[in-house]
Design a binder for this molecule. Structure first.
Ligand code: 13P
Length: 231
């Protein structure tokens, strides 16, 4: 299993540092699972830890005149080689188009970054039925090299993000099977995953891990989530 925690715009530099150290001492030497944390940009640092730190976003540039963005020069300072691309909050709130997402994908792929590529349908598409959901999800791979060896896909239905209402086991199984038949890559589920539902979600065929927002924010909760899967 891959357990990824996306802090979004939560945590400070100080609280991230204590979280990361606490997480590291709790899991060191114990887990065969893969753990990845995506802290806010202001909290990036060089940590001596046994898991991966990734970045939630970056601009496809080494450096330059891109006010408010960060590029590879800033990531290199901390040895960051893992990036989240295509998260629905960037697509929907920050109006990141598929073309921009593809540009980022190609740029970070050319540098050998591990890419967590997010897809997910809005409620309006879900309400049109599963056929439309599948069509929509496939369209989010337009321009994306699905054969890239460092690609990890995360399916996060937008209506399940931050709502406390995860997709049903049946919905997840069906979409994951469908995606797996097209894309032979690790596939994570995200959207209101928590310590109570990880048991059933984590045991669905085709779920290789989870991308967790709210329930990753407290280290105790994230550890409980990882522990519950083993029970
Ligand atoms: P929640 O776990 O808060 O629903 O967020 C999921 C998510 O968007 C992770 O990227």
């Amino acid at each position: 299993m891959i357990y990824a925690g996306n802090f979004k715009t939560n945590h400070t530099r100080a609280s991230t540092a204590s979280y990361i150290l606490a997480l590291n001492s709790a899991i060191e030497g114990k887990k065969k699972d893969r753990v990845v944390i995506f802290p806010p940009i202001s909290a990036l640092d060089s940590f001596d830890i046994s898991f991966t730190i990734g970045v939630q976003n970056a601009y496809p540039t080494q450096k330059g005149a891109f006010t408010g963005e960060i590029g590879v020069e800033q990531l290199d300072e901390f040895g960051i080689k893992t990036i989240l691309i295509g998260h629905s909050e960037r697509r929907e709130i920050l109006k990141e188009t598929q073309d921009k997402v593809v540009e980022k994908f190609n740029f970070f792929k050319s540098l050998g970054f591990e890419i967590f590529y997010c897809i997910g349908e809005p409620l309006s598409v879900r309400e049109m039925g599963e056929g439309k959901v599948k069509e929509y999800l496939l369209s989010q791979f337009d321009g994306i090299d699905i054969a890239y060896d460092k690609l990890i896909v995360a399916y996060e239905p937008i209506w399940a993000i931050g709502t406390g209402r995860s997709a049903s086991v049946e919905d997840i199984r069906s979409i994951h099977q469908f995606l797996k038949s097209h894309i032979d890559k690790p596939l994570l589920y995200g959207g209101s995953v928590n310590p109570s539902n990880i048991g059933e979600i984590g045991s669905i065929d085709g779920v290789d891990g989870v991308l967790v927002g709210s329930a990753s924010l407290k280290v105790e909760s994230f550890l409980e989530l990882m522990g519950s899967r083993d029970e």
